[in-house]
Design a protein around this ligand. Structure first.
Ligand code: KG4
Ligand code: ZN
Length: 330
């Protein structure tokens, strides 16, 4: 089965062609990040406009790189949410037009299912598994007992971990997106600044607003007193505290649900300290973190997820498919 997948939920326009839920024949990703950088975050109007400008070219490039002709496509998949509504609709309309013109089934796929299935591209999921989903908008623990069965164990009560990285970076004046910048600086510093230990009521829940506020208040205080801050040490201290919380809650879930496998998904899965800690702490179960190129938004992960979703449901929704800015996975 050859799947054509489209992802345009935020600031990446991406089209991928994959075969049988495994072989990625092409995965063209155009990132708009440079256009949004001077605004310190993604500007929705600019994002939608850029998607419109690029999408036809990216479709063509995906076919060219895959060496597949348009009438060989068996299934069209597109991210239906969550995301920026204007951005989502560009991908959805392009996918609908293709599915209608070539008379193939079309399915809408949840963005987080895509991030989770990034782990199925070069590896093999084993159930039951616990997935830690960490991105700019999400921090959750999901239990999967089989393909496309998602059960939410816990989530953040306030900020997502990626959001906390981005906000701390902004206050430090480091630019956008903050995650990769803090990650890089942290490697050159040492975690000398004291950080609060994060506590939540639920064993699988998260909270990042306290840690974020602690760092912002500290930085403001130092500024008022005209005292210097060592950026590298601050990055290392924040990163250590942020990742420690992710690991602690994940360990609870893996243990309590007898998981055979632990996987990480979403943009923050690219974090070097998180990757090291996962390797160190989860030695008793199978572990998977996606290759870097599949951590941030891309259509390949959506295509792989789509294959498994279609195997399970066998339903398509050309007419009824819509985009949703908010959408629950489980
Ligand atoms: O999954 P993603 O590409 O988009 C969303 O669906 O949100 O995730 C983007 C988030 C941003 O907050 C970014 O700062 C964070 O992932 N991120 C990182 C790293 N690379 C990206 N956070 C920490 N360390 C990184 N190396
Ligand atoms: Zn994402």
């Amino acid at each position: 089965m050859i799947v054509l997948a489209v992802e345009s939920s935020c600031d990446e326009t991406s089209v991928s062609i994959s075969k049988d839920g495994k072989n990625v024949l092409s995965n063209v990703v155009y990132s708009q990040i440079e256009l949004h950088q001077s605004f310190g975050g993604v500007v929705p109007e600019i994002a939608s406009r850029e998607h419109i400008k690029r999408i036809t070219f990216i479709f063509d490039k995906a076919f060219e790189e895959a060496g597949v002709s348009k009438d060989e496509i068996d299934l069209v998949a597109v991210t239906k949410g969550p995301g920026l509504i204007g951005s989502l609709l560009v991908g959805i309309n392009a996918a609908k037009a293709f599915a209608f013109a070539y008379d193939v089934p079309l399915i809408g796929v949840h963005h987080l299912a895509g991030h989770i299935y990034a782990n199925q591209i070069e590896g093999e999921m084993e159930f039951p598994l616990v997935a830690l989903v960490v991105s700019g908008g999400h921090t959750e623990l999901i239990l999967m007992k089989d393909h496309f069965e998602f059960e939410k164990l816990g989530e953040t009560h306030d900020d997502a971990v990626g959001e906390a990285y981005d906000k701390v970076a902004r206050v430090l004046g480091l630019g956008y997106p903050g995650g990769p910048i803090i990650d890089k600086l942290a490697k050159e510093g040492s975690p000398e600044y004291p950080m609060p230990r994060i506590r939540t009521e639920g064993a699988y829940d998260f909270s990042y607003s306290g840690l974020k506020s602690h760092v912002i208040n500290f930085l403001n205080r130092q500024k008022m007193r005209n005292e210097p801050v060592n950026e590298k040490n601050m990055a290392a201290s924040f990163q250590k505290a942020a990742i420690r919380h992710l690991i602690a809650q994940s360990e609870n879930a893996v243990k309590d649900f007898g998981a055979k496998m632990f996987i990480v998904a979403g943009g923050v899965a690219a974090n070097s300290h998180l990757r090291e800690e996962v390797d160190k702490k989860f030695t008793h179960v199978k572990v998977s973190v996606p290759p870097f190129k599949y951590c941030t938004d891309n259509a390949a992960m959506m295509g792989i997820a789509a294959y498994y979703q279609y195997q399970k449901t066998k339903t398509a929704d050309l007419m009824s498919l819509n985009g949703y800015s908010r959408l629950k996975l489980a």
